[in-house]
Design a protein around this ligand. Structure first.
Ligand SMILES: [Zn+2]
Ligand SMILES: [Zn+2]
Length: 74
């Protein structure tokens, strides 16, 4: 099974995004993969809580794998 994934987007939703125009800076959250793998709590029918690992497009770079600075953090 292939474990590495390609970025889902070549550009983010922002047109003329200066971060997307840059090359060489990999997203610090997903290391340039465009994906992050958080763990989600899931309650079983017996009340036990288990953690499921899920794949989501990286929110730090909108799935582009490119560093988008700290604009979303402020
Ligand atoms: Zn962008
Ligand atoms: Zn990212």
């Amino acid at each position: 099974m292939k474990s590495t994934r390609e970025p889902t987007h070549t550009r983010c939703a922002i047109s003329a995004c200066g971060w997307c125009d840059r090359n060489g800076d990999l997203c610090r959250f997903c290391a340039g993969t465009g994906w992050w793998r958080p763990e989600r709590p899931h309650r079983e029918v017996n009340g036990l809580v288990v953690w499921h690992r899920v794949d989501e497009p990286c929110r730090g770079c909108a799935g582009t794998g490119k560093e988008h600075g700290s604009t979303a953090a402020s």
